[in-house]
Design a protein around this ligand. Structure first.
Ligand SMILES: NC(=O)c1ccc[n+]([C@@H]2O[C@H](COP(=O)([O-])OP(=O)(O)OC[C@H]3O[C@@H](n4cnc5c(N)ncnc54)[C@H](O)[C@@H]3O)[C@@H](O)[C@H]2O)c1
Length: 437
């Protein structure tokens, strides 16, 4: 029987929720499933493969015991989820956070599949995480935990199979320990097993800034299409880490004003604009934006009511909800974070005429330069920062233009358009490869 004649799915498959999730509270995975459902009518004959996207290919849950500095043993739960590998090896970051759940890592891995396809880099989607607040660990404990986790997931990661990278609370030092641990276990140095490494270990110039730069490039493209100038635009940013901090700095360099910032330590406001560079310095010294002298402290809830031209959620999932979406006064939401907007909030923003540029395109700059890093590692030939930034900008602009065109043609949101482009690519690969056996 040819592939096109096979039944698309078993009769009960459509609503099947895996036994390992709480069907009453699916968490971020539930949000992702709703986004996928919205794309189904636009996939034509490929929709018969859609169930593929509703089931992660492979999930590994690991126990990571380490000896703490006080001599006791502590156990941490870790995950690595490979959502889809139809288009290439798994690719996606590793998150250290006390509230990481399997549902969250599943959703993040799925968004990686969609993102990688949306910008057309030859990867599938994966993600990892450890349930830990890394701020409670000493440097030695953090290293031991990272090494044990890497060793535990070492059976499914590798330069050709699944390539981790930094995410919330992980950085180039953690990538260096991961690369070293994997290499020690393999008996040879394998720089290509992770991206986001230090430059001295095969990292790429421009990688640290890449996600924030991509956010800026995509926001500029979106602004241009609705006739908004970046110069003088008012920017509000939630999350002032790698993504939010760099994006804010680039907006400031382009003449925009960063008027409100929120992170886990506080919310600050200055209608004349805060100095993003001084704020980055303050965060580097103190760990957060709270207490910054160049702005007024405000209540956390007020952040969403501050009028802006561009709002950039760049912290965690489910920040823009049915509760605060009605209060938001901005023209464009550019999702630096993964999954910051619930489906219900997305509809509210849409009804208010606010343009939402979704995570799967807006924050794809990081994985794009991760791809460049991986290519450079394989060829042992490294590019200049200018070359990297130019190539990044080209990939982001072209991907955005393609998605924008689909949104106009099909009269759908930019998110649904991005999902149409990406899911079509993934499911075409699925169909051409066929089912094994
Ligand atoms: N780093 C990357 O290359 C990359 C790539 C794509 C997407 N992302 C996504 O961007 C987001 C931020 O990642 P990052 O790498 O900048 O992480 P980071 O750890 O560097 O920064 C996270 C920021 O979020 C803030 N934050 C945490 N909890 C908060 C809360 N409850 N309220 C307000 N702010 C809070 C922190 O204070 C910090 O400023 C995540 O959703 C991540 O998945 C990151």
């Amino acid at each position: 029987m040819s592939a096109s004649k096979q039944p698309a799915q078993t009769p009960d498959a459509k609503h099947a929720i895996p036994s390992y999730l709480n069907a009453d509270d699916l968490g971020p995975w539930g949000n992702y499933l709703k986004q996928v459902d919205r794309v189904a009518p636009y996939l034509g004959s490929l929709s018969r493969w859609l169930e593929t996207l509703k089931r992660p290919k492979r999930i590994l849950v690991v126990d990571c015991p380490i000896e703490l500095d006080n001599g006791t043993v502590a156990h941490f739960e870790g995950y690595r989820v490979q959502h889809n590998t139809s288009r290439g090896p798994g690719k996606g970051g590793v998150r250290y956070h006390q509230e990481v759940t399997l549902s969250e890592v599943m959703a993040l891995s799925a968004w990686m599949s969609v993102k990688n396809a949306a910008v057309n880099v030859p990867y599938g989607g994966a993600k990892g995480g450890i349930r830990v607040d890394p701020r409670t660990l000493s440097r030695g404990e953090l290293e031991r935990l990272t090494r044990r986790y890497t060793s535990e997931i070492g059976i499914i990661i590798g330069p050709n199979t699944d390539i981790p990278a930094p995410d919330v609370n992980t950085n180039e030092q953690i990538m260096a320990w991961m690369m070293d641990t994997y290499s020690m276990n393999q008996g040879q140095t394998a720089t290509g097993v992770v991206t986001g490494k230090p430059i001295s270990l095969g990292g790429s110039l421009g990688r640290k800034e890449a996600t924030g730069r991509g956010v800026f490039v995509v926001a500029t493209e979106a602004a241009r299409r609705i006739g908004m100038e970046i110069e003088g635009a008012r920017i509000a940013v939630q999350g002032f880490g790698n993504v939010g901090g760099i994006a804010a700095k680039l907006f400031q360099e382009a003449g925009a004003r960063v008027i409100a910032v929120q992170d886990h330590t506080g919310t600050i406001h200055n209608s004349k604009g805060v100095d993003a560079v001084a704020l980055l310095d303050h965060v580097a010294k103190t760990g957060g934006v709270g207490g910054f002298a160049g702005a007024d402290p405000v209540q956390a809830d007020e952040f969403w009511m501050i009028e802006s031209d561009i709002l950039i959620p760049a912290a965690l999932e489910n920040q823009i909800t049915e509760k605060n979406a009605p209060k938001i006064r901005t023209k464009i939401v550019v999702e630096g974070a993964n999954g910051p907007t619930t489906t219900a909030a997305d509809d509210i923003l849409n009804d208010k005429g606010i343009l939402v540029i979704p995570d799967v395109i807006a924050n794809a700059g990081g994985v794009t330069v991760s791809y460049f890093e991986w290519v450079q590692d394989f060829s042992s030939f490294f590019w200049t920062e200018d070359e990297i930034n130019q190539r990044l900008e080209r990939v982001m602009r072209e991907a955005f233009a393609g998605v924008w065109q689909v949104a106009s043609e099909q009269q759908v949101s930019v998110r649904t358009a991005a999902f149409i482009v990406a899911c079509s690519r993934i499911l075409q690969a699925r169909e051409m490869r066929g089912l094994y056996p």
